[in-house]
Design a protein around this ligand. Structure first.
Ligand SMILES: [Zn+2]
Length: 57
């Protein structure tokens, strides 16, 4: 049942296994202050799906 729910929500059957494939620095202006972030590109080992993950530096 849980698996069926997951399938409906994600359209996928497996648990994504995220692996960091790249990182870069990102600077964002926020109320006059610069905030530094590290952006991590995560890729699923199984299906190749990618997502960006923002980490506060
Ligand atoms: Zn996947």
């Amino acid at each position: 049942m849980l698996r069926i729910l997951k399938f409906l929500i994600t359209g996928d059957w497996h648990l994504h296994k995220w692996q960091c494939v790249a990182t870069y620095n990102w600077r964002e202006k926020n109320y006059g202050n610069y905030l530094n972030y590290e952006i991590q590109i995560l890729e699923c080992e199984h299906c190749g799906k990618r997502k960006k993950f923002k980490v506060k530096g």
